[in-house]
Design a protein around this ligand. Structure first.
Ligand code: NAD
Length: 476
């Protein structure tokens, strides 16, 4: 694959823009590919292709779309090792993690979307037993999809799969930090035989061509995952055109630990903060602990951090990799410094490089205790392997602390008391509440409250994001 090309109107095409950017391997700090940065002409060509293709793609029977999506699922599975390698190289996830989680999540989202599509009723009566008013769910049109670098195929598939499934056409602009996995996906879409113009991909900077793709008059919808700041800018960009906007933004998840918490599930939940080197929007980064078990939980967190190996992304194993970019490295380190300056107690990790890793953007798993809610590290999304521990004295205080954030993506509860878990879950202002490490079922709605965004992705919820609802009277 020539990484300097874009995938537009069913073919790999030469870019009109002349700017280029190196994609850098975060483990080595060495370039692994060069991509082109699209200009507005590249964007126009992709949008026009999508607009033309939508006329026929939106009218295809569901059965036809299912055949192509199932084909794509097979190809994705056959080429999963290529995908794992691309993700490892572009954003630094260790190859085992890339294979078992990064790639696997993409597979699951596509599979769950296919299941949701098989069961989705695009037309039905408004009320059971009365055929007079008829409901139709129709594809919204041309969608701009913009994604970040931290879980590339997870995020891309949560958008691409439902867009294709609902009969939308799309322009994907992946993160310029991690574009290789998306280019590989474009190649798979091509191999599956989707009609020209249905799926288009251009690379480029968010603030220029990304923003242009959001403002474009021929774009009906924008689905965005990324930082809250960029989400706000996209909201402004799309307001004139009154476009549908689905936003999946940052998070600052609380992990509330009651004294009856199961110890092994507690350790897992602490390690989740460091997973993917802390670069997950739903990471449990604030550990809220009932005071009676504060000391033992701090010890447990310190042990978990110290025992977590850090290493290069091409090495097999359960270690964590580097953070994805120099910018991220500098940002995380500066927040660690601020944590110390503002008076939190550094219990593990810190600014020193992990042993033997003198090149690459590696950061030690870091634990802060004595964190207070007014500290920067208690409020700002760090997006690195940094845990902030705070104590609480009552259930009421735990809920208040957990909700004391501008974000509302995911929270976590550790307790053996089901009644308490339900009571607390009802009062947490977040789109997701995970109890005792139990995973959500297939096709669950991923999304947040408050400044974590307004979208819901996954399964049937993901399909609904890309659909308009129409009601027609006198149908019977
Ligand atoms: P980012 O906002 O800098 O960039 C994300 C994407 O948006 C990139 O493709 C970028 O080019 C583009 N972009 C940036 N500014 C833009 C603009 N003004 N207009 C249009 N496009 C623009 O985020 P990032 O650093 O790549 O990713 C990390 C962020 O993503 C974190 O805040 C994280 O919490 C968030 N995130 C959220 C979820 C979720 O589902 N809620 C999932 C993963 C990551």
């Amino acid at each position: 694959m020539d990484t300097r090309k874009f995938y537009s109107d069913g073919a790999w095409v030469e870019p009109k823009g002349t700017d280029t950017l190196d994609v850098t391997n975060p483990s080595t700090e060495m370039p692994v590919a060069t991509i082109s940065m699209a200009n507005f002409e590249d964007a126009d060509l992709a949008v026009n292709a999508a607009r033309t293709a939508w006329k026929t793609w939106s009218q295809t029977p569901v059965a036809e779309r299912l055949v192509l999506l199932r084909k794509l699922l097979d190809i994705y599975s056959e080429r999963s090792e290529e995908m794992a390698e691309a993700i490892s190289k572009e954003m630094g996830a260790p190859i085992t993690f890339s294979r078992d989680l990064q790639v696997a999540f993409g597979y699951n989202h596509l599979k769950n979307t296919i299941t949701a599509l098989e069961n989705f009723k695009f037309e039905h009566p408004l009320n059971e037993g009365s055929d007079d008013s008829h409901i139709m769910h129709e594809s919204i049109g041309v969608a701009t999809l913009i994604t970040p670098w931290n879980w590339p195929m997870n995020q891309v598939m949560l958008k691409v799969a439902p867009a294709l499934a609902t009969g939308c056409t799309l322009i994907l602009k992946p993160s310029q930090v991690a574009p290789l996995s998306s280019m590989l996906l474009a190649d798979m879409v091509h191999q599956a035989g989707f009609p020209a113009g249905v799926f288009n991909l251009i690379n480029g900077a968010g603030s220029s061509v990304g923003s242009y793709l959001c403002r474009h008059p021929e774009v009906d919808m924008v689905s965005f995952t990324g930082s809250t700041g960029a989400g706000a800018s996209i909201t402004r960009d799309t307001s004139e055109g009154i476009k549908r906007v689905s936003l999946e933004l940052g998070g600052k998840g609380a992990n509330i630990v009651f004294p009856d918490a199961d110890k092994s599930s507690l350790r897992n939940s602490i390690e989740r903060c460091f997973r993917n080197t802390g670069q997950s929007c739903n990471a449990p980064t604030r550990l809220l602990v009932e005071r009676s078990m504060l000391d033992e939980t701090i010890k447990l967190a310190v042990t978990a951090a110290n025992e977590m190996a850090v290493g290069a992304s091409d090495k097999e194993g359960s270690h964590i990799g580097p953070v994805a970019s120099k910018a991220q490295y500098d940002k995380v380190r500066s927040l660690i410094e601020i944590g110390v300056k503002e008076g939190a107690t550094l219990k593990a990790g810190g600014l020193e490089r992990p042993d033997g890793l003198n090149q690459g953007w590696f950061i030690k798993p870091t634990v802060f205790a004595n964190v207070t809610p007014d500290m920067t590290i208690a409020q700002e999304e760090i997006f690195g392997p940094v845990l902030s521990i705070m104590a609480f004295d009552s259930e009421e205080q735990a809920i208040a602390l957990a909700n004391d954030t501008e974000y509302g993506l995911s929270n976590y509860i550790q307790t053996a008391d089901k009644e308490r878990a339900r009571r607390v879950a009802r009062r947490l202002r977040s789109g997701m509440v995970e109890v005792n490490g139990k995973s959500f079922g297939p096709g669950f709605p991923f999304g947040g409250y408050k400044k974590s965004g307004n979208g819901r992705e996954g399964g049937r919820f993901g399909l609904e994001e890309f659909l308009e609802v129409k009601v027609v009277s006198d149908w019977a």
